[in-house]
Ligand binder design. Structure first.
Ligand code: NAY
Length: 288
């Protein structure tokens, strides 16, 4: 059965500090209402790359406590500070997480040996599974099939979160690594990714659109491509509107309309304008 993971948002107060009650409500909503199979904690959607170590740890701890084994968890521990990544990997493992993930190191033009050393160093001290977080459009780091093969030589690396629109690469990966897990990372391209045999998806919009994404998956399982197209097309009406209005702010406002205290984004991300809030509410009324 293919898995649907929500990329977990973080609820912040106006000053940019974690709103624990709100974070717990987002988690509960994903378990109880969205009924997803798991949560991807500490990813882009969680605004992780804006946070200090203590805040990252707090989010991992709250997510672990609040889910209490009800759904799978993946902890994204990657960081350009490799010491921090190692520390977070140990921290989440001690909490009880069974799977970690790490974004490819970014900003500097690391060569492949450096990337490989980064993953092996994170994994050296822990006994968890690893899902590589590949998101070239934000990191500027693209890995080839051969480079993935070299990373996968470390048997703890079980797969990849593939946030890219390169379907040729995705097909080559699926064919070359039938036993590795590949999770689609672009919600608006879930259907083409499913058609190439991904094992599931991890996405931000599943915070508010999980049922439709699940319907797309089920239609593909049944080989009902007309239905799958219809579901994806409805999802994309929503995703297009969300992206045009500001991704994380709009998802948070939609959650607020659902009664979830999703809070604010953290600076340097902007607070939503009055117009953005009104548009997000309209999106909720008409497209969710
Ligand atoms: C993450 O780490 O939270 C993710 O990468 C989840 C995947 C999302 N990517 C980003 C950068 O937010 O769900 C996608 C994405 O928001 C969605 O497809 C809209 O483009």
């Amino acid at each position: 059965m293919k898995k649907l993971y929500t990329a977990l948002l973080t609820s912040f107060d106006k000053e940019g500090y974690i709103n624990e009650k709100g974070l717990r409500e987002i988690i509960r909503f994903n378990i109880d209402v969205n009924q997803v199979d798991g949560l991807y904690v500490g990813g882009s959607t969680g605004e992780n790359f804006l946070l200090d170590t203590a805040s990252k740890k707090l989010i991992f701890k709250i997510a672990f406590e609040e889910t209490n084994g009800a759904v799978d968890l993946i902890a994204q521990v990657g960081s350009n500070d490799l010491h921090e990544a190692v520390e977070l990997a140990k921290y989440v493992t001690d909490l009880g997480y069974k799977t970690i993930s790490a974004v490819t190191p970014y900003y500097y033009k690391f060569d492949f040996e450096e990337v490989k050393n980064y993953y092996n160093t994170i994994l050296a001290g822990v006994e968890t599974d690893m899902i590589i977080y590949s998101i070239p459009f934000l990191t500027g780091v693209s890995l080839s099939v051969d480079q993935f093969a070299e990373l996968f030589e470390n048997e703890k690396i079980k797969g990849v979160k593939f946030t890219a629109a390169d379907f040729y690469l995705l097909e080559r990966m699926r064919t070359r690594f039938p036993d590795k897990l590949i999770y689609a990372g672009f919600d608006e391209m879930l259907l083409p990714a499913l058609s190439l045999g991904v094992d599931g998806a991890i996405g931000s919009t599943f915070n508010v659109n999980a049922k439709r994404a699940r319907a797309t998956m089920e239609a593909v399982e049944k080989r009902d491509l007309d239905q799958a197209f219809l579901e994806q097309s409805k999802s994309n009406d929503l995703i297009e509107a969300i992206l045009a209005n500001g991704l994380y702010n709009t998802i948070k406002i939609i959650l607020q309309e659902e009664g979830v205290d999703a809070g604010y984004c953290k600076e340097p991300m902007k607070k939503p304008s009055v117009e953005q809030i009104e548009r997000a509410k309209e999106i909720y009324r008409t497209l969710v």
